[in-house]
Design a protein around this ligand. Structure first.
Ligand SMILES: [Zn+2]
Length: 390
């Protein structure tokens, strides 16, 4: 396999032991990083790419996305921005559209969103099911998701579908029984929406422990809409991540700090529901590992842009630019329990973002501007510079 030298990197943000390196270079060999150092001391390689002083950072790790669905909810968004409240029940309209869509239509929609993700610098992304809510529709959602990523999450427990409205216990039986059995072969993770209008603590425990029994690793939608038991359940089952963490008390923060559960913050959701943001400062100061992710979904956060999430996290959640960038790279990797991504170091996967800027701070400093010059994914150029060279 050919080796490539990426050189004349103005500022390399490794998110690894080397920290930041000025006037840096690195060598890609196959799908891996083979060398990292100063431009002047690079070893010989087959090819060479000069990035002309641009900043380079690890590809973003989007550890929370719902990409298998049909239709959109632009009307609901407009109504909300005119004063209607958000509730978990809106998910049901996407469920109806998803059930009636063909496999081809669902696959084409995932492909379109994955293309957007990669263009905006995400080189690893998680995909959840959760808009099928029948055995057959959850199974096909995960089968399609697995065509795009190994980080697939079984979210049969997104909400109770309308046909089980009066029989939530029956739905939990389905999610922990026949549906789990059909979905587990296509999933790495099991997730549950433990919140108002979704599942309570006992239901969440039952769903997560059944998933663990089927070989899946747990993660939890927790404390988004109100304070509830989600974070405690997540820590109790050893979840890789508790996602949202918007409404926390001191006990929740302490439990997260004492655990290996990552707090994954999803500012796109608060942005799109005009809700108060999670208190990232409090979590970071308590020593909790924090990740940022898009929560891409058609109802409450229809963005695929990690740069957007970084900018919002800095402006609205009082994260420093360095903290937000770390949360979007190494933090996301921790939320997926991955050590080969989210950082730039020898032996790691060659996932890079080359910015049209001299410093990653520009991701928050220049909000809404597409600063992605190139994206390297597993050592291959996944997005080429598509604009005028200086
Ligand atoms: Zn979500």
């Amino acid at each position: 396999m050919a080796s490539t030298l990426v050189t004349c990197i103005g500022l390399l943000s490794t998110q690894a032991e080397m920290g930041e390196v000025h006037d840096a270079a690195l060598v890609i060999d196959g799908d891996r990083i083979a060398w990292v150092g100063r431009s002047g001391s690079a070893p010989p390689t087959d090819g060479r790419v000069d990035v002309q002083g641009r900043a380079v950072l690890p590809g973003f790790v989007d550890s929370h996305a719902h990409l298998v669905f049909a239709g959109d909810r632009a009307g609901e968004f407009a109504a909300r921005m005119s004063g209607s409240a958000y509730s978990a029940g809106g998910i049901r309209s996407t469920v109806a559209a998803t059930r009636s869509a063909s496999d081809e239509a669902l696959r084409a929609n995932v492909s379109r969103l994955v293309h957007e993700l990669i263009r905006s610098g995400s080189t690893t992304f998680e995909i959840k099911s959760g808009y099928g809510l029948t055995t057959q529709d959850e199974e096909r959602s995960l089968r399609i998701a697995a065509e795009f990523t190994p980080e697939t999450t079984y979210l049969g427990a997104h909400v109770v579908p309308p046909e089980y409205a009066d029989n939530a216990a029956g739905y939990v039986d389905l999610v922990t029984g026949e549906m789990l059995e059909a979905c587990a072969p296509h999933a790495r993770w099991v997730d549950v929406f433990c919140d108002r209008g979704a599942f309570d603590a006992d239901q969440a425990r039952a769903i997560l422990s059944a998933g663990i029994g089927a070989g899946l690793a747990p993660r939890v939608h927790a404390n988004q809409l109100q304070h509830g038991p989600g974070v405690q359940v997540a820590v109790e089952v050893g979840a890789a991540s508790a996602d949202h963490c918007t409404h926390l008390d001191d006990r929740d923060v302490a439990a997260l700090a004492d655990s290996s559960t990552v707090a994954t913050l999803l500012p796109g959701a608060e942005f799109s529901t005009r809700s108060p943001y999670p208190d990232a400062r409090r979590l970071i100061d308590a020593g909790v590992t924090v990740a940022l992710a898009t929560d891409c979904n058609p109802g409450s956060s229809y963005t695929t842009s990690m740069p957007f999430c970084i900018a919002v996290a800095v402006r609205e959640m009082r994260m420093t630019p360095a903290e937000a960038i770390r949360a979007a790279t190494r933090g996301g990797a921790a939320a997926l329990r991955r050590e080969d991504i989210g950082r730039i170091e020898v032996g790691g996967r060659a996932d890079l973002v080359v910015l049209d800027a001299p410093d990653p701070v520009h991701l928050a400093y220049r909000p809404g501007v597409d600063l992605i010059h190139q994206v390297w994914r597993s050592g291959a150029l996944a997005r080429k510079a598509d604009h005028r060279e200086p």
